[in-house]
Design a protein around this ligand. Structure first.
Ligand code: PLP
Length: 438
């Protein structure tokens, strides 16, 4: 029964565009009515009609420990009781930044309130530091709704791009180059033609916003290492967006799985999601000499009324503190079980599928071939995914309502939650087979 969600969705649509405050929540890609969630505990979501679901969205990444983790709840309650925002510096801001600096390759960090703010500010800083204007990004990588990054590729590899949405003027994207992901030749060509104008290249550390597309190997090292080298050779900054992967795919994010071993560091890194523990907190940081260009130390302006908010920093700090090796080990166990179960179910149902991962973050592409870039991701069978999604939802499993998203697990996903997903998969895969367009 979904009468409560149906009624709330009708109310919401009357006063909010599409009835939601972020588009993917609306179920437009899979059809039907979004479930309005009333509460969440551990791996479980409970909607306003009393239905429960195993949560494989985890707030699109932040809920590494699961919902209402006792240490996070206690830290938040304690912080709230001391006041919710002061507009002055606080000890917890220092402690959270120190915790992040200790885990990652950044030397200095500035706290902001969303991943969008983090990438927008990192780009401004890169432009201010280098005195150059051009920004390179990859098709299918999402960095929040920053005007200059909502761009679609132009007609050739080294031509400047077009606005990716109405409302973004051409002047906002005419300094953005959009390249195919995992394509070193395209990167070489763009830098050969425009290298002395490029302020920075920004990439998801491992893309999760076109589904999970891990960085390929380029001549024996990771695509990220190749990008870092190419940027350095041309005096541009390498900006690694770890908003989604940071503190999730390892304690030190995607960099912990490639850069730490390969001996390179990004010039700037953006963070969000997990580091806020479910509150609006994000950050950008990196080389101290670059960060020194930021106001008030340097001339590049950046600010925020709620930046470093005391409740958000308390939640973030409690989350990072509780994210022990055991937590990451559990995430891997859960992800392994779900990947194996999904592969078995789709194989048995005869549905072409490819499961791609970085750490415990993974996605299921309903397509024949491994996906290396956005063009490959777009070959996934969205009709089959829609049928699969609804069969899973009816069986009490809440997947991301889009074929192009990662599945997120938490350390609170216990054996009962995992079993519920595994039990639901075979029938849902058969529903996908019936709906498949291929
Ligand atoms: N960067 C990446 C890699 C993301 O996945 C996201 C959001 O999904 C963002 C930036 C934007 O973050 P926010 O939604 O907090 O603005």
């Amino acid at each position: 029964m979904t009468t409560g969600s149906d009624a709330l969705f009708a109310r919401a649509r009357a006063v909010t565009p599409g009835g939601v405050n972020s588009p993917v929540r609306a179920f437009n890609a899979v059809g039907g009515t979004p479930r309005f969630i009333a509460s969440a505990q551990g791996p479980w979501l409970t909607d306003v009609d009393g239905n429960t679901y195993v949560d494989l969205i985890c707030s699109w990444g932040p809920m590494l420990l699961g919902h209402a983790h006792p240490a996070v709840v206690a830290a938040v309650n304690e912080a709230v009781a001391r006041g919710t925002s002061y507009g002055t510096p606080t000890e917890n801001e220092v402690a959270l930044v120190e915790a992040i600096v200790a885990r990652t390759p950044v030397e200095q960090l500035r706290l902001v309130s969303s991943g969008t703010e983090a990438t927008m500010s990192a780009i401004r800083l890169a432009r201010g530091f280098t005195g150059r204007d051009v920004v390179v990004k990859f098709a299918g990588c999402y960095h929040g709704h920053v005007d200059s990054l909502l761009a679609s590729a132009g007609s050739g590899l080294t031509t400047f791009s077009l606005p990716g949405t109405p409302g973004v003027p051409a002047s906002s994207t005419e300094l953005t180059l959009v390249l195919p992901y995992n394509d070193p030749d395209a990167v070489r060509a763009a830098f050969a033609e425009h290298g002395d104008r490029i302020a920075c290249l920004i990439t998801e550390a491992a893309p999760g916003n076109m589904g999970v597309v891990p960085p390929a190997q380029v001549d024996g090292r990771s695509f990220n290492a190749f990008l870092a080298e190419t940027c350095r050779a041309h005096g541009a900054l390498f900006v690694s967006d770890e908003v989604m992967t940071g503190f999730r795919v390892s304690a030190s994010g995607q960099w912990g799985t490639d850069g730490a071993h390969e001996g390179w560091v990004p010039d700037l890194v953006t963070f969000g999601k997990v580091m806020g523990g479910g509150f609006p907190a994000a950050a950008f940081g990196g080389r101290a000499d670059v960060m020194a260009h930021l106001a008030p130390e340097g001339p590049v302006y950046q600010a925020g009324t709620l930046s470093g908010n005391p409740v958000a920093t308390a939640a973030g700090l409690a989350t990072l503190t509780a994210a022990t090796d055991e937590v990451y080990a559990r995430l891997d166990v859960v992800a392994d079980a779900l990947r194996a179960g999904a592969a078995e179910a789709f194989t048995a149902a005869g549905v072409p599928h490819v499961i791609q991962s970085t750490g415990s973050m993974f996605s299921v592409f309903l397509t024949e071939d491994p996906v290396h870039d956005f063009a490959g991701a777009q070959r996934t069978d969205t009709a089959a995914y829609g049928a699969f999604f609804h069969a899973m939802l009816d069986a009490g499993v809440h997947l991301p309502p889009s074929a192009f998203e990662a599945w997120f697990v938490s350390a609170s996903h216990d054996d009962r939650a995992v079993e519920q997903v595994l039990d639901a998969l075979p029938a849902a895969a058969r529903a996908a087979a019936r709906a498949a367009t291929g």
